[in-house]
Design a protein around this ligand. Structure first.
Ligand SMILES: [Fe+2]
Length: 387
């Protein structure tokens, strides 16, 4: 039972499905776009998706300016560069097309285009003063869930690695439209499929087990686990398998709604410090901590762990057996993907662990959602388990 009222915040329009990209002209019309800025990355451009979007826009009589220099883990200054392309005139709509990075740059640039100044003025929680330029977000990976979340994450390359992550959370960052077409993920290479898929799996587990989870996010989290857990190896093993891609996209989308509304927990809190300190990407850090946080959390609400095991299709008598089966499955994924499974594989030294635990402890917004209390000693113990 949930004794708090629950709420759900979503993009105003959502289109999901095979061939959904063809709906773009309708969405652009509904938003009364007069000018369009397409935000994407070189890989997506090469795959031909950017040209497809441009020709759909042309059919609407709209010419787009294109910012196609989005990098993985984008430098925060690229947001201002992108927004700078839209100084002239009004009625701008930003179309983010790509992985989480392109979507986040589009979100950030829409803020700057709407309110002026620099993206540095809007960092933190709810610092965006009002509605931004409109955003249509079109993911080409099944992973970050950025198309449905109120978050945008950037990197400040001028800062020390452990302080380099800059995040924005705002209700105005939620897209006006999310357009998810699983066909767009067919060009996603195996490693990116694995990294983003594991990120989505972590979103599903963390939002399902979050203390802020409500009846809706719980259902979505469980369905996401089922879709992701049963398809991640298929999508990795054969990227052309459209059914697996469809299920990964849907699972990632549900899990994104989960973290957008129920939040993340201990895995994210521990992953961020490690991503900064050892320069690893988000999905890898998340995946590394997942089995350990799951083990730590399992005593707090064994019933929920049993439901995770069932959603993943694992036979177990529940309790300890369920925990072990889930950990075995996650470790199997990590092995197949060739992901680092220990902090030492990333170059961590045992004496680094207290600083990592201290950094994780500062992430109270995330820790507050975790189903089992996490104090400094607990975080340190988990880092030791993961070492
Ligand atoms: Fe994530």
């Amino acid at each position: 039972m949930q004794d708090q009222p629950f709420s759900l915040r979503l993009p105003r329009s959502i289109v999901f499905g095979r061939g959904a990209l063809a709906e773009l002209p309708r969405l652009v019309r509904e938003l009364e776009a007069r000018r369009v800025c397409l935000v994407t990355d070189p890989g997506v451009r090469r795959a031909g998706w950017a040209d497809r979007v441009l020709s759909l826009l042309e059919g609407e009589g709209l010419e787009a300016v294109v910012f196609d220099r989005v990098e993985a883990e984008p430098d925060i200054r690229s947001v201002d560069d992108c927004a700078g392309l839209t100084r002239e005139g009004g009625g701008w709509v930003f179309i983010g097309l790509g992985g989480g990075s392109a979507l986040d740059v589009a979100k950030g640039a829409a803020i700057v285009a709407g309110h002026g100044g620099s993206i540095f003025d809007y960092l933190g929680v709810e610092a965006v003063p009002g509605p931004t330029a409109a955003k249509i977000l079109i993911p080409t990976t099944a992973g970050t869930g950025s198309e449905v979340t109120p978050f945008a994450v950037f990197k400040d390359k001028d800062e020390a690695p452990e302080k380099s992550k800059k995040a924005i959370q705002s209700k105005f960052v939620v897209a006006e439209a999310a357009l998810v077409d699983p066909e767009l993920t067919l060009s996603c290479p195996p490693r990116v499929t694995a990294v983003t898929g594991m990120d989505a799996l972590v979103h599903a587990v963390e939002s399902f087990t979050s203390l802020k989870a409500g009846p809706l996010t719980e259902e979505l989290g469980l369905k996401a686990l089922e879709l992701l857990g049963r398809n991640i190896l298929r999508a990795f093993g054969n990227g052309a398998n459209l059914e697996a891609r469809y299920n990964m996209s849907l699972g990632s989308f549900y899990a994104g709604i989960g973290i957008a509304n129920a939040g993340s927990g201990g895995v994210a809190a521990l992953s961020y410090p490690v991503e900064g300190a050892y320069k690893i990407i988000h999905g890898i850090g998340n995946a590394l901590f997942l089995p350990h946080v799951l083990e730590y959390n399992s005593i707090a609400e064994p019933g929920k762990i049993d439901r995770i095991a069932a959603a993943l299709g694992l036979e177990s008598g529940g309790g300890r057996e369920a925990v072990e089966r889930i950990k075995d499955l996650i470790n199997h994924f990590l092995e197949v993907f060739g992901f680092p499974r220990r902090l030492r594989d990333l170059g961590a030294k045992r004496e680094d662990l207290p600083a990592l635990a201290e950094d994780a402890l500062t992430r109270q917004r995330l820790l507050a959602n975790n189903m089992r209390r996490l104090e400094y000693e607990d975080l340190l113990a988990i880092c030791e388990m993961a070492f």
